[in-house]
Design a binder for this molecule. Structure first.
Ligand code: SAM
Length: 258
């Protein structure tokens, strides 16, 4: 179809067939999978996916694309949801969902955080994202990329950086490099927080001022006695703490006597 890419919807369409094939191989679709593709666009991934799946759900915001998809794809193979993925109710559609997508980069973090709320029903997720975002997702403590996104995602997901994708693989070419990542929710959290809202609050506060020490960023939350009890040096910065230590802080606060 003739389609003028819309910048506001982050439309960069994958055109490199070799790369598309390697992504589909990494996803490894099985006929009976309950799969949801976010942002199918002109079908670069949709087409190979539906040749291997009995059925596929797609969530797309662009009405022009929806119109074309309804005409182009055989009825029954696809369920097309014309929706903003940020408002889409993933809880209503299935029990064990696989999610895939070459995401609109302008809203990739909000999409990730939304899906994080629904991991109980998600089997796995495969996403194309800005390379820099994937690097932050999989970053280890004390590296420059390690931050709030790393900790919040690593709390719930096992992640694997799969492949770097150059701008030329897309039309129009984005200004940045991309990467494909696999995210698998833990069946059992390795470090469960007693109060997950409190865990998120601690992580956000700690990374609020990245260059400051924990003593400063956690002032009002954790006192010297708390740092000693946890055996955490208050002169460290958020970037030095592993997920387990953020959980330890929030669990200490959740159980501390007033
Ligand atoms: N999957 C296609 C491909 O690989 O060529 C298109 C990928 S393009 C980077 C992102 C797609 O997400 C576009 O089709 C765009 O219209 C769609 N999109 C953008 N914002 C969206 C939103 N909020 N909800 C659902 N789809 C959205």
């Amino acid at each position: 179809m003739k389609h003028q890419a819309k910048k506001r919807f982050g439309q960069n369409f994958l055109t490199d067939q070799g790369i598309i094939n390697s992504l589909i191989t990494a996803i490894h679709p099985q006929a009976d999978d309950f799969m949801v593709e976010i942002g199918p666009g002109l079908g670069a991934m949709t087409q190979p996916l539906i040749t291997q799946l009995n059925h596929l759900h797609v969530v797309e915001i662009d009405r022009d694309i929806i119109q074309w998809m309804q005409d182009f794809y055989p009825a029954g193979k696809l369920t097309i949801h014309n929706s903003d993925v940020l408002k889409f109710d993933f809880t209503g559609i299935g029990e064990r969902i696989r999610v895939v997508g070459n995401l609109p980069y302008n809203i990739s973090s909000p999409i990730l955080f939304k899906l994080l709320e629904n991991t109980a029903q998600i089997v796995d997720m495969h996403f194309m994202l800005q390379k820099e975002v994937v690097e932050r997702m999989v970053a280890t403590p004390s590296s420059p990329e390690y931050g709030r996104l790393s900790v919040m995602l690593q709390y719930r997901l096992q992640m694997e950086y799969l492949v770097t994708v150059p701008p030329e693989a897309f039309d129009p070419a984005p200004k940045v490099e991309s990467a494909f990542v696999r995210c698998v929710p833990y069946a059992t959290l390795p470090y469960p927080a007693i109060d997950e809202a409190l865990f998120a609050k601690v992580v956000t506060a700690a990374f609020g001022q990245r260059r400051k020490t924990l003593r400063n960023t956690l002032k009002g939350l954790l006192d010297d006695a708390g740092f000693s009890a946890l055996n955490i040096d208050s002169q460290l910065r958020a970037e030095n703490l592993a997920v387990a230590e953020f959980v330890a802080i929030s669990n200490y606060l959740a159980t501390a006597q007033p």
